[in-house]
Design a protein around this ligand. Structure first.
Ligand SMILES: [Zn+2]
Ligand SMILES: [Zn+2]
Length: 462
């Protein structure tokens, strides 16, 4: 019984941990590395394992940094089963296809340059057909039910409160006569997050793998997030510019729409059109409507009362590129919600190009900005940024609200880990080194058995 950390060790992205039990190998997540070039090039390196020898992937949630290399695995011969929740499967279908689309487009872009420079052309990491094919391997399961993956390996998916369909994994292992329990936190959301249920507190484990995205930080504005958002909207309306909200297409976008719907219902919203300029966010919203089993009580009640929180009069979902380009001609103040959340892709880059130089426009960050991303550079105050090979002055107003983060803060992470009895072995994953060490230091105060996971480190579950 051992686990090897193959990603999200020392960094946030590339979540992948290989479990070996009864001489068989399983993956917990198989995510893509995202961010700087030195990080993303890892996606093109050969896997540390033979994909044909992996029995199954147990997937915590559909975010690309957790699921994004499954099509590559499939392309290289993986024929096992991918276990995840029902909503996660529906989201994976659209997110993996979108990821393939991004890969294919980036390859076309890169190959133009390579051709100019007389260098050999490259292949995309995977194509749409690989993403579609791998969906045949997915098996959707219910929350809170024990699922047999193999003799000696059972799993229970528990609410993680992070995005629709996200899960904490409880893994029940039996090898010879030894029984052990491993808990993988996945990405933990905030208690009180919108739409989805709260993260589950787990009591028992011999070994815990836990995320540390916000290992040192506290979301001070969690309770006031709606008021702060409303004030930023009103401010932006007064300034007369565009309010650009780079947002993950899944969960964050729906949460923002959910809150805007509330403002509209209460008559608080200034007269502004709201454009969701993301085909992926539009498709994801449809998936949200199909999975009421994931809703918290408030969202359930709202929908039962007849109010669809993802629709209101001035809200428009933009699908075509032509309609997206038309947004550039609008003269009145308006709001754009577009992906990607960290500005390293998607239509938000085009809107940033067009508006970053405007003193009356605003960029509002509502999510995590990883090191090396365009979003991080803008948020950190760069005066000029490069987008698609050209430099642009940054004169817009910058705002951020931590309270919409999909990740629990230090306080909740500590509460979650403190809830385990008998001091389990703890391995910290999914964090930048500063965040992981800060969290480890705090945990050490009540559990000495805490370690920061290192890439390619193999640990045995005792
Ligand atoms: Zn996530
Ligand atoms: Zn993650």
């Amino acid at each position: 019984m051992e686990i090897e950390f193959l990603g999200a060790a020392g960094i946030v992205t590339g979540s992948c941990h290989m479990l070996t039990i009864n001489n068989k190998k399983y993956l917990i997540d198989c995510g893509m590395f995202q961010g700087r070039k030195e990080i993303t090039k890892k996606n093109f390196e050969p896997f540390a394992f033979d994909p044909r020898k992996i029995q199954a992937v147990i997937l915590s949630h559909p975010h690309i940094d957790h699921s994004g290399l499954i099509p590559k695995m499939c392309k290289e011969g993986f024929r096992g089963t991918v276990y995840c929740t029902r909503a996660a499967k529906d989201l994976c279908r659209i997110m993996l296809e979108d990821s393939a689309d991004v890969q294919e487009r980036e390859t076309i872009y890169d190959n133009k340059r390579l051709k100019r420079e007389g260098l050999p052309l490259r292949e995309p990491l995977y194509k749409k057909k690989d993403a579609q094919m791998c969906m045949n391997l997915f098996r959707a399961v219910d929350y809170n039910k024990k699922i047999r993956v193999a003799p000696g390996l059972d799993v229970v998916f528990r609410d993680a409160g992070h995005i629709l369909g996200s899960a904490i994994l409880e893994l029940f292992l039996t090898e010879k006569n030894k029984k052990r329990k491993v808990v993988f936190s996945g990405d933990l959301g905030n208690p009180g997050s919108l739409i989805v249920k709260n993260p589950t507190l787990v009591k028992e484990a011999d070994c815990v793998l836990m995320e540390s995205t916000y290992g040192s930080r506290i979301h001070e504005d969690f309770k006031e997030r709606k008021t702060i958002l409303l004030n930023i909207i009103k401010d932006s309306y007064r300034k007369g510019g565009v309010l650009m909200i780079p947002s993950f297409a899944v969960e964050r976008a729906q949460e923002i729409i959910y809150v805007l719907n509330e403002f509209v219902e209460k008559g608080l919203m200034p007269k502004m059109d709201v454009y969701v300029d993301s085909p992926l966010a539009t498709k994801a919203t449809e998936v949200f409507l199909r999975h009421p089993e994931c809703y918290d009580a408030e969202t359930k009640a709202l929908i039962d009362s007849g109010d669809n929180p993802f629709e209101f009069p001035r809200l428009k979902y933009v699908i075509s590129v032509r309609d997206s380009k038309k947004l550039n001609e609008i003269k009145e103040p308006f709001i754009i919600i577009a992906g990607s959340g960290m500005c390293n892709g998607g239509r938000i880059k085009h809107h940033l190009k067009n508006h970053l130089h405007e003193k009356n426009s605003t960029v509002l960050f509502v999510g995590y900005q990883a090191e090396g991303t365009l979003g991080r550079r803008i948020r950190d105050g760069a005066k000029k940024v490069k987008i698609y090979g050209q430099w642009y002055d940054v004169k817009v107003n910058l705002e951020s609200i931590g309270g919409f983060s999909g990740h629990a803060d230090k306080n909740f992470l500590l509460k979650w880990i403190k809830n385990f009895k008998d001091e389990p072995q703890v391995y910290i994953v999914h964090g930048e080194p500063r965040e992981s060490s800060a969290l480890a230091e705090e945990i050490k105060k009540f559990n000495k058995n805490v370690h920061i996971a290192k890439l390619r480190q193999i640990v045995s579950i005792s």
